[in-house]
Design a protein around this ligand. Structure first.
Ligand SMILES: NC(=O)c1ccc[n+]([C@@H]2O[C@H](COP(=O)([O-])OP(=O)(O)OC[C@H]3O[C@@H](n4cnc5c(N)ncnc54)[C@H](OP(=O)(O)O)[C@@H]3O)[C@@H](O)[C@H]2O)c1
Length: 231
């Protein structure tokens, strides 16, 4: 496939390397080349099968608008744009576009989220345990809490609407991403955690989504792609 990668940062570079290894034709668009969205016009994107977008919370919505208007199926992993999501979803549907968004492209994280929901259901009738979420990421991550921590809280609340599931975020060093759900009782503590060892796991998932998306209009989640069903 002809793949355009928007964003030449840590994730953009990791996905570009993997896509090239897998035999795709890859073009990476950095911030300077894309000033004012200049690189995301139908003319500049002619012949592109799919775009993979990993930029910044303040850039993602504008990039997605242009990519959808240009008719390019797009996978984005950029986090921190929840407020703009309804507008982008409407645009995707009105233009018959294809967009897949995941706050986390690791397959292990999505299995972890399912396990967390089970755990929350088991602890729902145990008020003597306090529940909390801890997430840790490298110092360069701009948004907090992480999109994955917000998802973890959502899964917990689905199973146990009474609890708050407060989130504590740590931003330090080089941590690729750690998420932990803990139930702490008077005499014991139970924790479920996911630890990303590198960005490679995210790149593998994002590229799998990019290979899946063409020909599938609509606003998709990685979870629906992995497990089927809506959302
Ligand atoms: N979904 C997942 O699995 C997953 C995994 C890891 C990270 N993330 C998220 O993905 C995003 C990127 O993470 P990262 O670690 O790659 O960040 P990063 O290293 O800071 O890279 C972001 C890159 O985007 C560039 N950029 C900014 N505005 C742009 C624009 N309008 N057009 C093109 N490029 C633009 C930045 O350029 P300048 O530096 O010149 O501004 C930078 O090179 C973050 O939101 C992060 O939370 C998601």
């Amino acid at each position: 496939m002809q793949i355009v990668i928007v964003g030449n940062g840590r994730m953009g570079r990791a996905v570009a390397a993997l896509a090239a290894e897998r035999g795709h034709a890859v073009r990476v668009i950095g911030r300077e080349e894309n000033a004012g969205g200049a690189a995301l016009t139908p003319e500049r994107l002619a012949g592109v099968d799919i775009a993979i977008e990993f930029t910044r919370p303040d850039a993602v919505a504008g990039n997605l608008e242009r990519l959808i208007e240009a008719g390019v199926p797009t996978v984005t992993g950029t986090t921190g744009w929840t407020a703009e999501r309804p507008r982008i979803e409407r645009l995707v549907r009105s233009r018959g576009g294809a967009l897949l968004y995941a706050a986390n492209f690791s397959i292990g994280v999505h299995l972890f989220l399912r396990a967390a929901r089970e755990l929350a259901a088991l602890f729902a009738k145990r008020p003597e345990f306090g529940a909390f979420i801890l997430e840790e990421h490298h110092a360069g991550k701009l948004d907090a809490p992480s999109g994955t921590a917000a998802l973890l809280r959502e899964k917990g609340r689905e199973a146990d609407p009474v609890r708050e599931f407060p989130i504590t975020s740590v931003r330090a060093g080089f941590i690729p991403g750690t998420h932990q759900l803990t139930y702490d009782g008077p005499h014991e503590s139970v924790s479920l955690s996911h630890v990303a060892r590198s960005r490679a796991g995210f790149a593998v998932g994002a590229l799998a989504a990019a290979e899946w998306l063409p020909g599938r209009p609509g606003f998709h989640s990685f979870e629906a792609m992995l497990f089927g069903g809506a959302g």
